[in-house]
Structure formats: structure tokens, C-alpha cells
Design a binder for this molecule. Sequence first.
Ligand code: F6P
Length: 548
Amino acid sequence: MFERKVNKTKAWKKLESHCKHFRKVQMKDLFDIDENRADKFRVNLDAVYLDYSKNRINERTMRLLMSLARDCGLEEKIKAMFRGDKINVTEKRPVLHIALRNRANTPIYVDGKNVMPQINEVLAKMKKFSDAVRFGEFKGQTGKKLTNIVNIGIGGSDLGPVMACEALRKYWAKDINCYFISNIDGTACAEVLNKVDPETTLFIVASKTFTTIETLTNARTCRKWLVDALGEHAVAKHFVALSTNREEVEKFGINPENMFEFWNFVGGRYSMWSAIGLIIAIAVGFENFERLLDGAHAMDQHFLNTDLEHNIPVILAMLGIWYNNFYGIHRYAVVPYDQYLQYVPAYLQQLDMESNGKFVSVDADYVKYATGPVLFGGAGTNVQHSFFQLIHQGTEIVPTDFIVPAISHNEIGEHHEILLANVLAQGEALMRGKTIKEAAEELKKAGKSKEEISYLKKFKSFEGNRPSNTIVFKKIDPYTLGMLIAMYEHKVFVQGVVWNIDSFDQYGVELGKQMALSILPELQGNAYGVGHDSSTNSLISLIKRLRK
Ligand code: F6P
């Protein structure tokens, strides 16, 4: 480990003074003076295109950002991840989601042992099992085909599977339905169990640690529901586990033969490529699951082998650094214009915020600069009718990623063209804006009086100069989804490298979990509050009174 203060590097200082000058620059002027701007700031990998020309950048900005990345040792850090070095320094673990989709099957060593054979073995087991469920060879206790697949998991053991299953809904087998139970709120369980029939339901208990209270409580409830209907023997036919923790899986009462393993070198939020993706493989078929891995592998190779200047995840990451650390903009939106991608923002929220929401550097020092931004989003055009008011006219600037498939899986009438027109309009409107003069002229043309024009013109103006990236591809398919998700994973990695934080631990989620465990017996009436603040104590009493 070497000590490094990114904000003391030459490149950082240069970027600070470059930003001071650049604050006055308008993107629309940059477009006016350079007709090749769109070509200059566009890059692609196969059929995935990133247009980043609508950012507050010029060539010097990008040069300085890339030299900052180099000053932070990015190129070497990328190699270290792919080599299997223990770059998760606080947990002393390698970070090898890239090995899960290492389609070239080149050896990757952890503590002297090639991890590829064990990865391939689990993939083969997933293929066998997912085929058997899809083709009705693995049947339920009463001999019926398992057509309702329920994934019980939370965080990384839920969000990846939900997001990918929804994104690839068009590829689902006709007779298979997928359900997801994550929240500890009994409603999550109740609503799914109301819809499915025990004889045709397969429960997948997905938990890296197999100690997560939400998942185990939900799994126990589902187990009881099944056993009440079909008897204890049915568990072997209706429950499988995905985990790194064989001992806990056995303790829970799932036969280890029905367990699909993964390993501590796979982080929860990076685990959809592992056994955690079992429900995806059952829903869309193993070949399509492999296409997902292929797409991610293509992005991995691009990330590993492409110079920083043309490297899609690196470009996205450094643009994020530009706004976060130099403009002081600590928020960021992702807006897919595809209904099937509606869960991508929620997925990215965990990926980005759990990875980079850190205030301590790998040198165990408090960082003196901003790290991970607040990420939010939703599907377009819906969000144009919710938070886009703020994105256009709010006092906060929100750099936005638009994700755009050129072709919809449901090309009905002119729906998709209207959707495409909207996304393109948003990017242009955010960049261009509308001056007060232009607003006044429009009002005049609409026949408004002088008084009305003078009152309304500011309301109707848009300052513009608001940045966005546009990511375009042909159509969402397993391969493209793999590329997109791997692109964001590597983007988050690059930012973690620049901020010198460990993007692969998540100590920040522990305190709340610990305190919940001490509050639980108090709520259940078996213990009395000690050591809480007066607000928490009175809330405990209030809730207990209301629950009587
Ligand atoms: O609480 C956060 C977290 O540890 C995530 O990082 C993880 O994805 C999630 O909980 C679920 O954990 P597990 O898969 O071990 O149940």
C-alpha cells in the first residue's frame, strides 16, 4: 500500500484552475465553434456507443482528467484487479467478478490456485439445473413442473437478479414466472405466496453469507408455508441455496447438493454473474445467461486493454470525478429509456453508493475531498414528469446518463419513435437551455401582453449548460445488458481508485444492523431500552402502545 493524496497531485491542481476558467464556458458555444465536437467526444465498443459531447469539457479537460487517472496509478490498479491481487484491502480479498465471466478461461490465481475450474464447475451445475427446471425434468414433490421461481435475497442477492430478469423479460420461457422476495416486511412474502402454488414453486434462497436476517426470516416463512402444504420431504424438491457458506446452508435444512456455491472473492453487489444469477438462467435459458457473461467479458477486455483516452468506463468515471470534485456537484441521475430497464437505477444505486460511499481512504485516513455521489433515476419518459423539473430549472445541477435502445422489443405504432424523440430532446434541452430573450419572444408570438411577458419570461427560461451522457445501442439483449452492467462496474472501480478508497467493503451498513438487533427484543417486550436517546426510547414506547 502506498500513501497518496489525490488532491495534492499536479493534475488535480491543474484541473482546479482549469475548472475556474471553464465555469464560464457554455457547451452550446463549444458546439457552435466546433462542428466535429460530437465525433471527438464519442466512443464505442461494438454496438454500444457513448456520446459524451454534452459535457462541460474540451480536449484539455479530458487530457488533464486522464493524467489524473494515471497519477493515481489506474493502469496498474486495473491489471491488479484482473490478476487477482487482494485489492479489497480492508477485507484482504481479491475482487474477481471478472473471473466469473472470463470466457477466455485464462487461469486466474488466488493464493496460488487457479479459480477457473471451480467457476466452470458451478456454471456447469447451473446449466444442468436450469435446463432440468425449464424442461420439466426436475419436478416438484407431487411430480408437477416447477413454473414459479421465487428468489429470496436482498441487496446484491436480489437487485442484480431482479434487474436482469426484468431487462430480459422478453427472453423468458413462456411457462415460467419469476418472483422476488427481499424486504423483511411481511407484505413482500405474503404478496408472492398469495400468487403461487406450492406444488409448482421453486424457492431459491440467495445469500452470500447466509446470515442476513431479512433473507433467512423470509426463507423460514416460505419453508413453513411449503411444509404445511406438502410436508417436510418437499423441501429437497422445492428449495435450493446460493451461498458461500455451506455450513449455514446445511443448518438451515437445505441439502448441500442443492447448493450452488460462490466465493468470497465475489462481492455481493458484483454477484449476478455467479450462482446468484441462477434465476436469470432459469428464466431466460442458460445460453442467454452465457451471452450475458459474454457481453460483460467483452467490456472487461475493452477495459483492460484499451488506452484510457478511449476506454468507456474510464471516460465515464473521470467525467464523474470532474463534476464531483471540481464543480462540487455531488449527485448524478441514470435514466434508461426502456421500460425493461426500469430497475437499472436501483441496481446502480447499490453498486455505486455501497461501493464508493466512503469517508476513509485505504491508508486509513479521512479523505479531504468528496467521494461517491448520490445516485438516483428511473425510466424515461416517466421521470420527465417527475424529477426532471429540478434537472432543468433547479438550483442543483444533476449530470445525467441517458440509456437508449434504438429498437424496442415492442415496436407498436409510433411509440418508440416518440420515446426516442423525447430522450434526444432532453439531452439537447439540458445542454442548450432557453435564454430570457428567447422566452420573451415566444411569449410575444403566443400573443401575451407586455406585463405578462415581463412577469413570465424568467419562469419560462432555462439556463442550460447542464451535462448529460447518451449511451445508445441497438436493442437490449443479454449480450448488451452484460456490456452495460460491466461498464458501470468498472466505472465505479475507476472512481474508487482515484479517491483511494476501498470500493469493495461495506462497513457502513453494519451499525444499523447491530442496533436493530438490540431494539428487536425491546419491541417484542422482553427487554427495556437502555442507552438509547430519548427520541428512540419514546418511539419504541409509542409503537408498542400502537401495536397493543
Ligand atoms: O447489508 C449489505 C449487504 O451486505 C450487501 O452488501 C449484500 O449484497 C446484502 O447485504 C445481502 O447479503 P447476503 O447476500 O450475504 O445475504
